[in-house]
Design a protein around this ligand. Structure first.
Ligand SMILES: CC(C)=CCC/C(C)=C/CC/C(C)=C/COP(=O)(O)OP(=O)(O)O
Length: 316
């Protein structure tokens, strides 16, 4: 895949206003990913904000307090909007800034918009209350809600002309999405349980005596909760190592964006590994200054070089 846009795409005042709206949503809500997105040049940053704002809308429908059938209807309305965007039926005077911005972004970058259909499919799985027996089952969900976001983002980043192994770039972007999502699932294990959701595979929960779930700040009686967490952390690390193979295929600023997003989540994983029960007490997060530090390291390529060398040594 070769980048098709090298310079600032022409954007009219209504389109710029729509992008500003999406950038405000991203700045306010993407507590972790905004640090990476900010490292991109303006056209890519705006396009990523449009993707983020659309994805946020879909996610918020799934997480909100509406009745299940109303959520399904809202998600299908959003899918219909996506079809209008894809078919070029949204013009720049439309009243929906997210639709205007995403239409412009998709007109200037080869974004595989079908990934947003996959996201909607994944959120519908949430609404139906699906649970997952095995990691293979959970992977299907993670591919929809996060792998697809990786592949969509790759459309904005593009790949460096002549980069080796570039035909595998979408696969690596997808795998990075899985790594982020599994980290997110570990971080939010208690919050999700309180909301009536369990994402971790039932067979893993059983193996570590955790089938009773996580309703309180303490692990289930007699379980090996730390063992479960360490097992999933190792799985997430292997996914990060594999997904990092994408980095040498990206230009410096896109690589920095990905390294910052992944670097922040990898540090969350480190914290969770050091103190597994922390995820039962509250939401594990990094201080703003640490996220900014990781972003700067991303820009200097430090994290990326470190992890890709390790990945090659381990032949993950
Ligand atoms: C190649 C590439 C760019 C891959 C990245 C793909 C990507 C950004 C996937 C996002 C998946 C994810 C963990 C969303 C959580 O959002 P949230 O709003 O719950 O996150 P937060 O609570 O941590 O802010």
């Amino acid at each position: 895949m070769i980048r098709t846009v090298e310079s600032e795409p022409h954007a009219s005042p209504p389109v710029l206003a729509a992008y500003s709206y999406c950038e405000a949503v991203t700045g306010r809500q993407a507590r972790n990913f905004a640090y990476g997105i900010r490292l991109l040049p303006a056209p890519q940053r705006r396009a990523m904000s449009a993707l983020y704002a659309f994805s946020r809308r879909v996610d918020d429908i799934g997480d909100g307090a509406l009745a299940g059938d109303v959520k399904v209807a809202r998600l299908e309305e959003t899918r219909a909007l996506l079809t209008r965007i894809r078919e070029g039926e949204v013009d720049e005077d439309d009243t929906d800034p997210v639709a205007v911005a995403l239409t412009h972004a998709a007109g200037h970058f080869p974004i595989p918009l079908g990934g947003l259909d996959e996201l909607i499919d994944g959120v519908l799985m949430d609404v139906r209350g699906e649970t997952y027996e095995t990691w293979d089952d959970l992977k299907v969900y993670c591919r929809c809600v996060a792998g697809a976001i990786g592949r969509l983002s790759l459309g904005v980043f593009g790949t460096e002309p002549g980069a080796r192994g570039v035909d595998r770039a979408p696969e690596y972007a997808d795998t990075l999405g899985l790594a982020l999502q599994l980290t997110n699932i570990l971080r939010d294990v208690r919050e999700d349980a309180v909301g009536g959701r369990t994402y971790l595979p039932a067979d893993d929960l059983a193996k570590f005596g955790c089938s009773a779930g996580f309703s309180g700040p303490r692990p289930p009686e007699g379980s090996d909760f730390a063992g479960l967490v360490h097992f999933e952390v190792r799985r997430a690390r292997a996914l990060f190592a594999e997904g990092y193979r994408l980095l040498p295929m990206l230009d410096r600023r896109s690589g920095a964006c990905v390294a910052a997003m992944a670097g922040i989540y990898r540090r969350l994983l480190d914290r969770i590994e050091r103190d597994p029960e922390a995820v039962l007490r509250g939401r594990v997060s990094l201080p703003g200054r640490e996220k900014a530090y990781v972003a700067v390291r991303g820009l200097s390529g430090l994290d990326a070089r470190h992890v890709t060398r390790r990945a090659v040594r381990r032949r993950v």
